[in-house]
Structure formats: structure tokens, C-alpha cells
Design a binder for this molecule. Sequence first.
Ligand code: ZN
Ligand code: ZN
Length: 1021
Amino acid sequence: MIPNDDGRDRRTLRSQKWSTARCDVTTQERRIRDERRTLFSSRKWKEAEAHFLISLPLILARIKHGREKWISRLWRRLRIQWNTSNTTRMAQAMMVVMTRPNTSILYSLVSFENSTVYDGLVQDRPGTARMTEHSAATSDTNPIELKYRGMKAAGGAAAWYFIPVVGGAAVPRRQLETLENVEIGSHPNSWNNVGRKHRPKLRDNKPHRLKAAQSRTTRVVRFETYTLQDGQMTLETDSDLLVQAKQFLLHSSRAYIRTGTARKYRRSETTATVLLSPDSHTGTLQSAMKWASRRRDEWVIFTVDKRHTRRLRRTSHYDAMVAIAVSVCRELDDVCATMSVYDLYALHWTSRRLCSPGIHIRNTAVIERELWSRGFLVRPTGSMVLKLPPSAQVSKLEARIAFRQTMIHSNLADTLVAPLMYALRIVEQSERQLGRALDTTKLWINSGKESCTCHLYPSSFPMRHGHIFIPSWEYTGPFKQTMTALMSSTVRSQYSPDAFKLAQYSCWKRNLPLGLLGEIWIYDRPDYPPEIVQHPLSSFRVRQLKTYLEDLVVMGIDKCRNRKLVLCPLLFRQKYRSTFPVQDDQVHFERITLSVEDYAAWLKKEYDRRKWYQIATWHNGSPPIPYNLWKLKDIITPCEKVMASKGKCCRQRPISPNTHHWCRRVFRRVGSVLRLICLSLPRSSVNFIRSQDLLQYIKEWNGSVDPEEVTRVILHVGDIANCYDELNHNDCLDGVAWALSNMPQWQQTTARPRRTIDRYSVDRFSRRDITAGPDLTSDRTRIELNTNQILSVCEFDIRNSILCIDGVLWKRLLGAPMGGFLSAFYAMLNFAYVEHKCVMPMFTKMGIPGGVKRYMDDIIVALLCRNPDEVAAATAFVHELNKPSVYPPPLCLNMEPQGNQEFLEANVTVSDNQLALSLNNKVVVDALYRLPPYRQRLSTKVSRAANRRVMQGILTRIIQSTSSDELIVTGILALRYEAQYYQMQDSLIRQVVSQAQVQARERQERDVEKALNKASQAMAK
Ligand SMILES: [Zn+2]
Ligand SMILES: [Zn+2]
């Protein structure tokens, strides 16, 4: 026998016969794959199953002869599991488990072209059924799931073989899942792990952090280890001391040495002898350990015949870096000035590893300054971001490769390429949406022009108030197809050969010295297909339309994301003025005399004075420039009608986006605290902030009383008018302060009880990760905010909300801006405080089953009355709610009359003295009344995948907000009607519903699954 450790590759000693067989099976496998491809492309699934079962012995032979590491590993597993290495016999066993209906299988999807595998399980049905599901999903023209997309790219369905790894009689599901997880865990490179969020980034593996030791595959059986001295056994548990002994005794399950010790002593000449057995092994300590670890349940004596100790030494470069990082103090600037860029980066990492945090921060500052002075703007711990536009048409990997080539071909030192690649991060920019591309509101607001341009366009264009006014669904001018398309569809970007070059150039310019840039490396793609000019969504067409409409304003419509409004600039300007009447309205606005730059400087001073840098960094921003959205209701109803009912027509929604505010990061961080507070409001409170919770509340109200007892249901909805514009600043702050002081009580039910909560800690990167109380993590990475800071930020924000109109700053004296980071929370907490004081006591005193709930400014009151007295009390309660003493003016609660109601997106109805909830499909209502398609969400012009996503979203909302099976069925039938109305194929809705069924089954939501089954039966009729 050839010893294992002679360094020779055993595979080179295979016989000639073996290599012939290997060549043979490889050719055979290719033939099988071709046959499979033909079967799949003609969608003959049954025949493909039979074909697979027949060719199984050959496929197994290919695995057996596979040279690739992962394939030989797979073969080893198969050999052990099926207890044979004869491919025919193994195939027979597999065939049995794959065709029988009551078996459980753990399987791998394997391709010989790709080392990634997919592990899965089948339970209580034949494996062939699951196999066909996989093949069908991969053969789909546009697979939904990431893994199928990957598999399609890596050879397609034909290349992926379904190999049962473990199989037998039905195994309990939980046991099977545990096994599956073990399988998946043993393949880090697996489709099951593809697309997982929060994958550890390369950068996070800090060089100085040791990884957790990998667990051994064999279970440790005996923990005791002994040293032997003159036949005397002494217990010695310190493995370092143990290995230093001349002779020691180990159980075979413990035969391994720690890496550090192994590096030192592994070359020592050692004899290993099995206790009470003649077996022995002579070699190095390392090989002896390996030999011993392969034995089962035996004690092994190790005798170190001659000890070789290796001294570990760092390179002189490392020592030099350590010396500089640790000992140079004041002259670090001078030392750094003489070092190379590579050494500077190395010095940073050495300092990070060895120095105390304080010294490291000081070192970093010096190193970064030195790097900046040489034009290297990328920080040692930072990243170089390469933004890939869609028109570049390269993948992330291709971009990495290309940028590496660019660096190699540049004048950068070769040693720098590897560390810089480590910092490179590729970000794919999203495709542009049609609505974004067409909207010109911002341009018109900033241009200040306001002349009428109606004469430049055909007089046949629809008008309102004497000027052009066209909702995009009514547009009939040139490029009609582009304008009437859904604004959420993406513009088909053209391949531009320069886009990738430009992206690399700008990345380099932002991070590295421009003078060192050589030739930029790009891919040659001469035969790239030219742009489809004819398509209404091609970027060419969109540009043409924009040019045609350049003298008109294209603006957004409120609550109607899929459409735009085209109108005359003069009309637009009038509406803009009346939406933000800063000049005339001294009650709401006050002029700020400072210029924008001076205001920013003043704000920075305030920021420093209030020490907000402890909360978040300063953003080099700009003032919010407000814009308006036309209200949909006022477009679809003629002006006269709106005038008659509301007293004014063509109403607008004001938005002042704070997205670029200088303190945006501060506000957002405080916002996450306020969000936590709103989420911790007790369940009994009126406020709720997740709209999908409504169903739960309705179910609770129904369940709180016996339906036989109920005689009448009082149901009202209403909304609080002036919710944002008229909020009183002091009331808002009172609300915030009240909520902060009540947090300890509200938190008690969930977390550890506390007497006071004086601070909150937020994760630096994830706004949703927030806890009440101090930062308890070991490395102190979270940001703490105390209640005083929160209150002071809120107060500053609400008293200093500004808007910039025509370059002049105005301060808002009343109300919170729509579009501010904290505005929604002010409104919520303001109302919550009012309700806590008035509404809840009233409601509790009344004692009628049912409830009062508010989502933002919408209120629902549902009372299940059991006798005439309660009806009277309930009516009085609703009457009382409407009084200004509850929601004080200028707030104003408008209640709809009693009866079935629309609330949020849903219909709330009363049937058999119980409340019922169902999703309100307004699109279907519009279609039935033959109204214009302004709410259209599905379109044949966009991709099937996009339509599917929209339908999936609607289906999810149907399930979330519908209270009974029958209503879910009705909702899905309505969705099908919508799909048919917009000429979708019927197969699409079936696919969406069956996917939802699979998901419900996986999540074990039996009710949902049952309802969906009913729906698909109803659709089949
Ligand atoms: Zn005009
Ligand atoms: Zn009007």
C-alpha cells in the first residue's frame, strides 16, 4: 500500500482502464444531457422522468469517475448512504425511492459544469414529482427565484441532475428538515444560500480577528488526555502542555492539535501505537495525529522520538510597521512622509491590530492625511464605490475584473492592486422609471418661467381654466403609446460603449490620483444588438416625447403613481403659488432674512452647539424645495362639481421633501426612536401604524361578543382634516414628551421591566434595529440617544421647518411639513395624547364591545350593541367624538354617516351582526363603471415579471386584509377580472395563486392555503 503522506497524488496512479472509462462516461453524460435538452424544450416531462431513471446508472458512473473535488466528495457520500459502490445497484435503489409515493428523500441538484449544488427534501410523494417541478421552473423563460435563474444561466434544466442522497421510508418532517439543514450547512457554496441578505461582506472579516474553530466531523467521545512518564499515567487537560510531553495518550476522537501548537511541533518524529493492538504508525507528529483520528474508538499512545521545534518569525516589514505604529509618537507625520502608499495602508492595519483604540485613532488621522496629500482619497477602512449604470451592460463580476485590469495597466504600484481590490465595491444603479424620466416639475419650479405656452400645441388638446390640461391616460398627441404607458414601467436603456468607461473613470477620480490613471480597460462588444427604436418604452422614444413636451409641465398626481399630468406652465405656476402662499399667508409662513448659505452656516453652528454630532453626522445638503401634487379626485371630477361640494377646485397636495436637509441624518435617527415609541403604544390605544393589523383588530372585536346577542352594529369611519398643515407645535411636543415618559410602562410587557428609560440605542446602519436602554453590546457600536436629546431635536425640527421658494427661505409657523422625517410621528403622538386623555376613558366607561382605531388621520369606530340602551350610548359616543372638545380646532374630525364603509384600502361591512373586511379593488370598480383607466396597474407593455410582481402584491394585500374564505375567493376573482380587463394571460394569475399556495404551505398557514385552494377551484370553473 502506498502511504498517504508521501506527497504524491494518488490519482496519478490510476490504471489506463480507469481513464478510458472516465473519458467514456464523460461523453455518455454529454449525450444524455443533449437528449434531456430536447425533451425539456418540447416540455415532455413524463418522458424526461423515464429517461432520467434509465440513464441514472450512467450519471452515477460519471459521478464515480469525476475528478473534481466536489464530485468525489458527493460520490463518497453516496457510497456511504447507499452502501454500495456499484453504480447499477445504487441506481436500482434510487429508482425505488424515487418512484414510490410514500418516501422521504434528501436530494442534491448537481451539475457537472458548476460546483454549486442545491439541497432539498421531498416528503410523502415520489421524488420524480419534485424533480419535474425543478426542471419546469428552470425551463421557464424568466424564472422567478434566484436559484432557478442561476441554474438556467449555468447550463439550463438539462444540466442539473436530481441525485437522491438519502432516501427511505417516510421520515418525520422535522427530522428530515434537520438533516436537510445539515446538508445545506455542509455546502457553503449552495444555491440554498444564494441571495441571502446580510451576507458577511469581505471587509467585515477583519484580518486580526480569528475565526471560530471549525467543529470536527467526528464527535468527541472521551475528553480525558494523559501524559505518560515511565509507565505512569497523569491526567493533563492542557493540550499545549500535553504535546510538549515525551509520551502521551489520547482517545482517537480527540486526536488533533491546536493550529498554533501544530505549527510549532508538527514536524517532530513520532510513533503512534494503538493501545492493546499491534497497529502503529511512524512519521511526523502531524501525520500520526491524522492516522490516529481515522481510527474508531481506540486509545493511542504517541511517542515523540525526536522533537523538531519551529520558531515562528514575522517578516522584517511587519516588524518595521509594528515599530512605527507602536512607538513613534510625535514624529509620525515625518515618518509617514517618507513611506510608500502600500506601507501606509500596511501601517494602518498593523496599528489597528496592535494599538489601543486611542492611539489607533491618532495614527489613522495621520495616515489618512498623508494618503490624501498624495491623492489617495480611499480610506484604509473605507470603500471605493463603482456605480454601474444599466446602460453599461456588464455584470458585477465583469466590472471587478475590468477594474482590476485598469489598475494593473495604470501607473499604480503593482503591490497596491490587491489591497485596493479589497476596498472595491460595485453598486448597480437601478433602471430608470418612465415617470422619473418624464417628470419636469423640479425644472419648472427652479426656472421661474411662467408664460403661457398653449399656442405652441394643437388647439385640440384638452383644456381646463383656459389652458392645456391633459391627464396622461387621455393624451392623444404624438408618441401617444409612450405617454399612456404605466409610469412605473422601466425605460429600456440602450447599451452605450462609453457608460462603463465613464463609470470607471468617475470611480477612479473620486478615490485615486487621476494622474496615475492609464488606459481604461473595457470589454469589446462590437456585435451588441442595436437599440429597438420602435418600442414605445425605448430611451429614444422617451427622449423624443420629452423634447416634444418641453414647453409644458409634466407633474405628478397624488395617490396615482402610474400616471402624470401635462399642463400649461402658467396654470402650474398659479397652483404652485396657491399651494405655498408664502407671500400672502402671514399666519403660516415667516420670511427668513438669511441667504441659503448663511442659514446653512447658522444651522451648522447650532448643530455643533447642541452636540448633535453625537447623534449623527452632518449632511452637506440643501434646503427643501417644496412641490405640489394634483389631487386625483379633482382631476376626474369636473371643476364645477368639486367647487359645489368643497368650495374650491383643482386642489393640490403640498410636499416639502426633507431628503437633502442638512440635519437629515439626525432627524432620521430620532425618527427611529419615535417609531419605536409609536410601535410600543399599548394595544388598547386608538393608534395603530401597521395597516395589516386592522384584520386582527376586526377579528378581536367580532370575537369579544356572541353574535347571537348583537342586535345592531354601529359602524363609522372618519378622517381628521388639516392633519399636517395646522398642527399646533406645542401640542405635538407635549405628545412626544408624554409618550417618552410613559415608555417604561409600555415596554414592561415586552422586555425587561425598567423603572425609567432615559436613553435608546440605535444600530449605526440599520434604523429598524433599536432598543430602549443603553448600548449593551460588547463592542459599543450602537448610538445612544437620551430623552433630552430627542426632545431637543424634535423641538428644533418642528420650530425650524423651512422651505425654499425661488431661492428665498421661509419658516413654517404652524403645522409640520408633509415629507418631513418626523411629521407623521408628531401627528400620531399628538393625536395619541388627545385620545389617551378623552377618547379612551369615554370608550372604556361605555363598556360596549367593539373598538375605536386610528391609522394616521383615518378613524374607524365599530360598536357591537346588544340592546337599545347600548345603541343610544354608542350614538352618543360618536356624537361626542365629533365635538371640537376632543380633537381641538383647527383640527376637525369629519365622520361619514353610519353604514358599510371604506377604510384605508379595505371595505368594512356588516353581515349577520358581525364585521367583515375585504380588500377594495377600485380598479375593478372603475372598469365596471367604464371609467378612464387612471388606476391601471397591469399593462401588456411591461414585462410579464413586472406584472407578476404587481399581482403578487395585490394578492398579498388581499390575504392580509380579508376576513373570510369567501371574501378571499371574491377578491381573487376580482383580481382575475382586472387581469382579463387589461389583457393579461390567464396563466399568469394561476401561476401567482399557485405560488401563494406553495408559500402558505411552507409557512404552514392552513387557513390561507384552504382559501387559496377554494379560489383556484373557483377559477377553474
Ligand atoms: Zn396656457
Ligand atoms: Zn378648477
